[in-house]
Design a protein around this ligand. Structure first.
Ligand code: 6GU
Length: 232
């Protein structure tokens, strides 16, 4: 999967792609990334990337011309056409299903907005999808892009050591994941639930399902559906 990121803060991504699973994904060839510095596409002598909003009001916008310049260079004439994503609080909610779909894409371009966002004509001309990562506002799109790339890349075969661990994550089958424990069996008076030590696979499975259902019902009624609602 090839990921290209257009940003005013290219250094942000140095750390992001140099650790843990994303680094492994790059080393194994599952992920290839290119960072484009939006400032390189400005044409005035001050390399200004933002401007006032027509209609007034506080908050600047990213100017459209540098974005048109970089996007025409990396989207036009590229076959198959890359998918262009603009992360924004106004987007549709990013989800596990969307992460799964992204993980199957061959070539994705992300535009990192800042301040009040980007000129709408960039969206109208170039953007295929707009996603939000939650109901709060971040200062820029970089953190949101990082979340989306991470969520997508871990779903690619071979990226996680154990694919079963992705299969049983929270949001699979619309349940939150259950609690997990490792050694020691007792710590500071706190004991691991006995059933997990029993070796009885059916009982362990049942305990995990019940705690998953309980957590989901208590914390996330919004993701419960008819097929997973606990009766009674
Ligand atoms: Cl995708 N971008 C920004 N700037 N803020 C957000 C967001 C995205 N999703 C939630 N808040």
């Amino acid at each position: 999967m090839k990921v290209e990121i257009i940003t005013l803060f290219p250094e942000f991504f140095n750390g992001v792609f140099n650790h843990s699973i994303l680094k492994r994904a790059i080393d194994s060839g599952a992920l290839e990334y290119i960072i484009h510095d939006l400032r390189d596409y400005t044409t005035d002598k001050h390399h200004q990337a933002d401007d006032f909003r027509f209609g007034g009001g506080a908050g600047m916008l990213l100017k459209p011309e540098p974005l048109f310049a970089v996007l025409s260079e990396i989207v036009d004439n590229v076959k198959p056409r890359p998918l262009v994503i603009y992360p924004t609080p106004q987007g549709i909610p990013f989800s596990q299903d969307i992460a799964d779909d992204l993980s199957k894409q061959v070539h994705v371009i992300f535009i990192c907005g800042h301040y009040k966002g980007i000129d709408q004509r960039v969206v109208d001309r170039w953007v295929d999808r707009e996603y939000s990562i939650g109901d709060y506002v971040l200062t820029g799109g970089e953190i949101a892009v990082t979340a989306m790339v991470d969520a997508a890349i871990r779903m690619k075969p071979g990226v996680l050591g154990d694919i079963d661990s992705a299969r049983s994550d929270s949001f699979r089958n619309n349940f939150l994941d259950c609690p997990h424990f490792t050694r020691p069996e007792e710590l500071d008076g706190l004991k691991v639930p006995g059933v997990l030590l029993s070796g009885h696979h059916l009982n362990i499975e049942t305990w995990r399902r019940i705690t998953s259902e309980y957590l989901t019902k208590r914390r996330r009624k919004d993701i419960l559906t008819d097929s997973n609602t606990i009766q009674g």
